[in-house]
Design a protein around this ligand. Structure first.
Ligand SMILES: Nc1ncnc2c1ncn2[C@@H]1O[C@H](COP(=O)(O)OP(=O)(O)OP(=O)(O)O)[C@@H](O)[C@H]1O
Length: 331
């Protein structure tokens, strides 16, 4: 096991699915890191491989999936080959997850208090002490009247409050890494802002790193230190959020950011749609995966896949023309 400052490091990860029509290469050669206490936004349109990547990290891939290569490490410890028992331990103690639908983690037939006490099963403290910790955590996520509400069932909370309870559960163990899978997508805009503010506050207190998966560029601009942009199974651009927003180097990123940054922060709850469609992940094109939709594509792009390299303020860009002037896109 190697010592590292990175909480999570994903290195050259490739994952495929066996399908009746062939091998679907859902994630290809993806590399990124998340430092201690860092918030990283993973963005990409539907089908780009975000869930597959997340499920690989959590080792929750369905049976048809296979990790073809690469490494996933949590503080240097290999997750891709960790025994199931070790993985269950890590998922309770060091990695937590918040899903879009809080009911994926909350049990509808048990009170919130019972569930928050149960997840402290490794602690030797008394039940009263565990309950007090649970109440304190509910207060931290700003559940009003937490002493009483703790005895309510999940359905007795509103949608926004239910997501707060799920966040409280996820953070009870003070994990090193929180994986947040579109946790605000189902909330209205006001609740979304409140939840983002809360996550930021808690992250500062607990110091956990967050992998934040979203379609919403505004949330990334607001919350994330770094951004990873995924397209058709590959990371096409990564870097510090402000650098990438200011000077995107990949044509796909440029098309996504084709509006004024203030507008992105305030209004964009969905990724803008870009003409064309994703390539067939069972029969991948030979050259750049974005060439079929790219206004800048030249012959070389259709025959030679670009290797990732640094350009502008971005650390990885997969484009032969990453140093070219920005595309002119009508707003
Ligand atoms: N169990 C599966 N069997 C076969 N193919 C799958 C399976 N799950 C996902 N895929 C395919 O893998 C690719 C990546 O899907 P994935 O769900 O990871 O993308 P995503 O970015 O998370 O999309 P969304 O935002 O819609 O959840 C897609 O082409 C999808 O059809």
């Amino acid at each position: 096991m190697t010592q590292t400052d990175d909480i999570l490091s994903v290195d050259g990860l490739s994952v495929s699915y066996a399908t009746p029509t062939g091998t679907l290469r859902a994630v290809r050669d993806v590399s990124f890191t998340i430092g201690r206490g860092e918030i990283v936004g993973l963005v990409g349109e539907s089908g780009c491989g975000k869930s597959t990547l997340m499920q690989s990290i959590l080792r929750l891939l369905p049976g048809a999936a296979r990790i073809e290569g690469g490494a996933i490490r949590l503080s240097g410890e290999d997750l891709a080959h960790a025994p199931k028992k070790r993985m269950r331990q890590l998922l309770g103690d060091r990695i937590s997850v918040v899903f879009q639908d809080p009911m994926e983690t909350l049990n509808p037939v048990l009170t919130v208090g019972r569930q928050m006490i149960d997840i402290q099963h490794r602690s030797r403290e008394s039940r009263a002490a565990k309950r007090a910790r649970a109440v304190a955590m509910l207060k931290r996520v700003k559940i009003p009247d937490a002493e009483t509400k703790i005895d309510s069932y999940p359905h007795e909370f509103s949608g926004g409050m239910r997501q707060r309870v799920a966040i409280a559960m996820a953070l009870m163990a003070e994990p090193d890494l929180l994986v947040a899978d579109e946790p605000t997508t189902a909330l209205d805009a006001t609740l979304e802002i409140a939840t983002i503010d809360l996550l930021r506050e808690l992250q500062e207190e607990i110091g956990c790193a967050i992998l934040f998966i979203t379609h919403h560029l505004g949330v990334v601009a607001e919350l994330c230190d770094r951004i990873d942009i995924m397209y058709a199974g590959a990371l096409v651009e990564s870097g510090p959020t402000m650098e990438v927003f200011r000077d995107p180097r990949h044509p796909y990123t440029q098309l996504l950011f084709a509006c004024d940054p203030a507008q992105i922060a305030e209004q964009r709850r969905h990724l803008p749609s870009i003409p064309g469609s994703l390539p067939d992940l069972i029969d991948l094109p030979q050259g750049c995966i974005f060439a079929g939709r790219c206004p800048r594509a030249e012959d070389r792009c259709r025959t030679e896949a670009p290797a990732p390299r640094a350009a502008g303020g971005s650390e990885q860009v997969r484009c032969h023309f990453a140093d070219a002037p920005r595309l002119e896109v009508p707003a």
